[in-house]
Design a binder for this molecule. Structure first.
Ligand SMILES: Cc1cc2nc3c(=O)[nH]c(=O)nc-3n(C[C@H](O)[C@H](O)[C@H](O)COP(=O)(O)OP(=O)(O)OC[C@H]3O[C@@H](n4cnc5c(N)ncnc54)[C@H](O)[C@@H]3O)c2cc1C
Length: 155
């Protein structure tokens, strides 16, 4: 991760924790201040870890599902570089460090759309496993992120 200034090191990292944990770390005793005049939490706030994760996976899986079936050598190289650089700058540092380790062991498979989408699905399942979440059926990856479910529920 890029170096931070000293003032940033003291701040709890919002993108590394869920909102409740972050609010506690800020020494807030309640999520809604008792002062009734205080404004309600706005909807356009910085992302916490889970919001950031959901948005990022949405972008990454969509990108993989729209990747060429037969990429040029240059496209394949660029996509590998993209994931390596992405893993260094992802703003949740503990997430980024684990992801860097994971893609070192399992480098991006960028030689076709299907391989890239499956590879990314497996990386996401590695995180799901770590967090105790259900694993996603990777045979349904394009239904989820490009074509919509076969039962027509997204049409
Ligand atoms: C690179 C990366 C690393 C992360 N590392 C951590 C971490 O170390 N610790 C941590 O607490 N959080 C981490 N997160 C965040 C975490 O993965 C979730 O995004 C967050 O917990 C919110 O989860 P969610 O249940 O809303 O669904 P998400 O896991 O965000 O998934 C969003 C949607 O993707 C679909 N989906 C689920 N699994 C798959 C899959 N395998 N393939 C395709 N689609 C799928 C489902 O429809 C799901 O609703 C990371 C996120 C990213 C992008």
């Amino acid at each position: 991760m890029p170096a931070h200034g000293p003032e940033e090191e003291d701040k709890p990292c919002r993108a590394c924790s869920d909102f409740k944990t972050w609010a506690k770390a800020q020494n807030k005793t309640t999520l809604n201040p008792p002062n009734k005049m205080a404004p309600a939490k706005a909807t356009d706030c910085p992302l916490d870890k889970d919001e950031l994760g959901r948005s990022t996976w949405g972008f990454l899986h969509s990108m993989a599902s729209y990747y060429p079936d037969k990429p040029t050598r240059r496209e394949a190289e660029d996509m590998s570089k993209f994931f390596n650089i992405f893993s260094k700058f992802y703003p949740c540092e503990p997430c980024a460090l684990d992801f860097q380790e994971d893609i070192k062991k399992n480098p991006p498979r960028t030689d076709s759309k299907d391989h890239l989408a499956k590879w990314l699905c497996e990386r996401h399942n590695t995180v799901n496993l770590k967090l105790g979440k259900p694993l996603f059926d990777c045979s349904k990856i394009h239904e989820r992120w490009r074509d919509g479910w076969k039962d027509g529920s997204c049409d």
